[in-house]
Design a protein around this ligand. Sequence first.
Ligand code: BTN
Length: 305
Amino acid sequence: MHEEIINLLKNGNKLPEDAIDEIDNLDINQFSTTIKELGKQETEHIKSSKISKNLNTTYIGKNLYVYNEVNSTNTVAKFLSMQNVENGTVVISEKQKKGKGRSGKYWESPLGGVWLSIIFKPNVDQSKFPLITLATGVAVAKTLEKAGIENPEIKWPNDIMIDGKKVCGILTESVAKNNTIKNVVIGVGIDVNLETSQFPIELQKITTTLKEELGREYDENLLIQIFLEEFEKISELFNNEEYETILKEWRKRSYTIGKIVEVRKPFNPNFDAYVLGIDKEGALIVEKTDGTLEKVISGECIIKS
Ligand code: BTN
């Protein structure tokens, strides 16, 4: 957090290089106004005025913070969420230096992508949190459909795929205070106006970009506007506890159900299984090779066939 704030202040010319060493104990509250101010400037590609102009939402994205470069929008969003910003506040950055992927992986975030985090304050039991990621996946898939992609699919729990290649990842993190979950930060990274050749070689075959799929660039600001509208619709279903409707939308677009996968659960040996479906909590229900059923709440799965 300390490093993130220093970076923001440096990038916004609010802190000269030689002053950095003098800041030992950063008073977070003291800097929060500056961080908020920096997020109110227009950047070259992402323009809050464009996003807000036709934004048809009541609370999602009403408060936008846009940056040229941060380490991770999730980190900034977590910081802001502790400064009492409104529910539905969105943090966007044109680039991320240390974009965070799932399982501690690095997330490539060059100029041309959509890298954003939503501060969401749901009033629900912790057991419902996996559904937030699934709901966000549905919102992204619907956004891509509106952008002209015919059949975006969702790979459990959080990858959005086009023709078997990943175009978007979601990283949901919670902000706890005194052991109680206060806020949820939902980080969404969509490879929009990028070329897969910009990615490291090992990612090139397994990822795609909206530009490559559409054969043309797509306005990032419009994509963000559509996504925020889709997210608000699904968040309302979530807030009204209409979980089955969300799961129905998810199942319709599932890339995982009916496939043989390798299940990778933290601190457990990997195993192969057939995916039967997802249950009402968003857990994957799989049939192992010995015929027993297992519920996978967290982890990831590699599609085998
Ligand atoms: C994944 O591994 O699939 C999740 C990737 C999530 C990336 C997004 S980009 C915006 C937000 N900020 C981050 O540092 N990560 C998420």
